[in-house]
Design a protein around this ligand. Structure first.
Ligand code: 5GP
Length: 186
């Protein structure tokens, strides 16, 4: 069986990676599987264990790092986030096209390790629009919003490391563009 394609969808916090990813997964013809990440962040309302994330303690996460079980990981606004490696490789071996929706520090690690990965960076139409989206989520305190915003500006500077840059001006059209990119690379 042909091994699947490893796809990295990254971009600054609040750009809408999650929404675009959900839109992409409506298209069964792309044969996508989502890599569920591990995090030490507290679940948000409506988030489900084993669907949105695997929620673990700092000790458990650090144990995974020590044992080399993560394809990549990063500390983002005070919490760990990482990709369990074995699960990703298992899905790729099954011929699935595996999508990682991750922040930039982790994405840069995968770009280094897996040169054949299809890497896509999602950008907002403007930084003003990004701020509006982060505030619109209304789940975080001002200090966290400020931290995410200052981080976003730095994150934007890494976009040239990716094979493709797509603007999320509209969820449907961004997802369509990404779907076409995936098809071209299969
Ligand atoms: P949130 O707390 O909003 O769910 O996620 C914060 C950031 O962490 C987002 O940019 C999200 O894409 C990223 N993220 C989620 N899972 C992973 C992961 O496994 N690794 C890395 N490096 N980032 C992740």
């Amino acid at each position: 069986m042909k091994r699947g394609l490893l796809i990295i969808l990254s971009g600054p916090s609040g750009v809408g990676k999650g929404t675009v990813r959900k839109e992409l997964f409506k298209d069964d013809s792309l044969n996508l599987a989502y890599s569920i990440s591990m995090t030490t962040r507290i679940p948000r309302p409506k988030e489900v264990e084993g669907v949105d994330y695997f929620f673990v303690s700092v000790n458990e996460f650090e144990e995974k790092i020590k044992n080399g079980e993560l394809l990549e990981y990063a500390k983002f606004v005070g919490n760990y986030y990482g990709t369990p490696q074995e699960y990703v490789d298992q899905l790729l071996d099954e011929g699935k096209n595996v999508l990682l929706e991750i922040e930039v520090q982790g994405a840069l690690q995968v770009i280094d390790k897996r040169r054949d990965a299809l890497t896509i960076f999602l950008v907002p139409p403007s930084l003003k629009e990004l701020e509006k989206r982060i505030r619109g989520r209304r789940t975080e305190e001002e200090a966290v919003v400020q931290e995410r915003l200052s981080k976003a500006t730095k994150e934007m500077a890494t976009k040239d490391e990716y094979k493709y840059v797509v603007c999320n001006d509209n969820v449907k059209s961004a997802a369509d563009k990404i779907a076409n990119i995936i098809r071209e690379n299969l």
